[in-house]
Each structure stands twice: as C-alpha cells, then as structure tokens.
Design a protein around this ligand. Sequence first.
Ligand SMILES: [Zn+2]
Length: 228
Amino acid sequence: MLITLKFLKWEPLRNVKLWLRPLQVFVILMLQGCLVFAQRKVIVIDPGHGGKDSGAIGVNYLQEKKVVLNIAMEILSLNKTIFENRFDIYLTRYTDTLISLSDRTKLAKALNADVFISLHCNHANNSSAKGVEVYVPNSNSRFTDGAIELGLAVLNESTINLGLKNRGDKIANFQVLRESNPYYPAVLFEMGFVTNKNEADYFLKTNNRSAMALVILMGLYNFLNTES
Ligand SMILES: [Zn+2]
C-alpha cells in the first residue's frame, strides 16, 4: 500500500486522473483486506503432551499425544475447507515434540490469542468412566466468565452432535489455564476416556476424529460469534 502511495506522488504522468481511479479502488480494496485480516480471531489450539510424554495410553494402545495432535491438525484443515479460513489458528506444536507448559502459554500471549483450548484424552482406573468434560481456570479475571462460556459451547456441540456423555464444566488450577487466564479465555477439553473401550476405539477411526475436530471448531465459532 505504501509503495502505491509513493507511486501516486512521484508519477509524472500528465493524465494522472485516468490512473487515479483504478489506484483509488486498489487502495480501498487493500484497506478492506487489512480490515478483514485484522478482524480475524486468533485461536490457539494446544495438543497436550508430545515427544517423550505420550500422555494416557488407551486400552487399545493408542497414545493420547497422537490423538490430540491429529485432531488439532484436522481443526486447521477444517478451518480452511469448511470455514473458509475464518479464523487465524495456530497450534502450540505441529509435530510429535514436547513443549513446556509455560512455552505453550507464552506462545499464545505472543500471538495475542483471542482464545486458547488445550486438547486432551481422559483416563480413569474405572474402565466404565466415559464422556467429555471441560476444565476452566479457578482464578478470577475478566476472562473467567468467557472461559466458562467457551467450555459450555464446546461441551454442547460435542454432546449434542456426537452423543457423548456430558460430564460438565469443572474448575482446575492447571498451569496452562492459570497462566492464560489474565490474558484470554482458556479451557482444557478432555475429549473422552481412552481407558474406556468404546471411546478408545472411537478415536481409532479417521471419520470420528474429524467429527470431534468439527464439533470443537463449531464450539469455538459459537463462542466467538456470541462474545459481547
Ligand atoms: Zn492429557
């Protein structure tokens, strides 16, 4: 845009009016483009664990770190295909590597995140434990209510559309939530129990992982579009 304006100033053409109109249109389009870009909400998806930390191991031997990364990558892909790049989405890790918890939130802060969601799979000694649950920060900030609303939005989409048991919105003093809460709404989403045979097998299928990614993105969409 600056180059165009300089060009306008120094161009010695006599018939400058003929040039001016298309250039004005061009500048207006550029400005509109910048405006649209500026309005895009920044979502940071945090696939839990990674590298030497495999997270929970399923009854079918699937590893939590792989499930959460796969679903996070699918969210990126669905944002491009179904949501037409509506959101500016970043992951805290794109490969099977271990990132410290503080680096995950530092990244989100550096990116001026509008929202942060950490993805995990649950585990329990009781193999019949099942369903999805969301953790929100137990500290108070101007973003705590937003985190609760975001959690409910993701829970609603996943339980209504996927038929998973709703275990509710819970509070926790997890590091990624505690360090995020002063800056943006942050939740930790437990997507189901890998210690439950049905739910562990659910994550084995590509279509099911895509469905989980889609309901998370719909929850984020609902939250970001109703935010006051
Ligand atoms: Zn985990």
